[in-house]
Design a protein around this ligand. Sequence first.
Ligand code: T3D
Length: 257
Amino acid sequence: MFETIQYVVKNHTAWIILHRPEKLNAFTEQMNKEVTKALKQAKQDEAVRCLVITGSGRGFSAGEDLAGLEENTDYANILKKRYHPMLKELANLEKPVVAAVNGAAAGAGMSLALACDFRIVSEKASFIEAFIHIGLVPDCGNLYYLPRLVGHAKALELAILGEKISAQEAKELGLATKVIPEADFTEQVTEFAHRLANMPTKAIGLIKRYMQESWELSLEQLLEKEAYAQQAAGNTEDHKEGVNAFLNKQKAVFSGR
Ligand code: T3D
């Protein structure tokens, strides 16, 4: 069904595996379309309570496939038509999304990782704001997510100098949730995804939505939103399960409802 990605649902987790390993999973139009389709599928599938995006082979993604660029490439059109639907789908997904960064994440590949909620990073992985090396500016939400994650000054430095960031540096900057030895990577990513997939999914969705909106709101407006979100979370089965389990000194078993 897909050619440039693999899509597998297992144990309530949807795995989107970028699959052009010989090109370090560089993006083509088809890959943009397939990732967008997979994200929609995962959003609609109630059995899916966590997503993992990772790469095949030794790279996460090297961004746009540069071999496809022409002298008169309409960059704005490519971004709007191919990348923006994918990034908007990702931003509006009310389920936890993990970027399992197995190798180099460069250009739009780095942007994709930044747009996820967590970045679990192999010790062999690296991030690179590759855009500047070909005279371009960071895109695909990179200028939005990067300063929010690492602060304005550091984001400017990374975007302008375009130096490679190692996994350990990414951890120190707050870009990486954790760094994992290569040999344990798949196992630990799977464990992390399993943990997320067994949490109160609706509450996670609400946290994502309102933390995102908080950037645009006053404190008063946000307090209103929090009250609404708490009411919605308070009406879930998972809230009842959590309270009952606590009072009965048991481990809560959340259903995502
Ligand atoms: O609107 C628009 O269309 C513009 C959108 C732009 C968004 C962007 O993403 S712009 C940024 C594009 N990406 C880059 O500039 C990164 C280019 N790649 C690299 O700098 C390096 O490959 C890496 C630092 C990521 C990894 O280096 P290394 O030494 O580990 O691997 P390599 O040998 O460079 O690459 C391995 C193969 O993948 C190689 O192919 P070959 O020679 O074995 O046949 C290489 O050409 C290919 N590859 C890597 N990146 C790309 C690519 N092929 C096409 N496009 C790529 N981006």
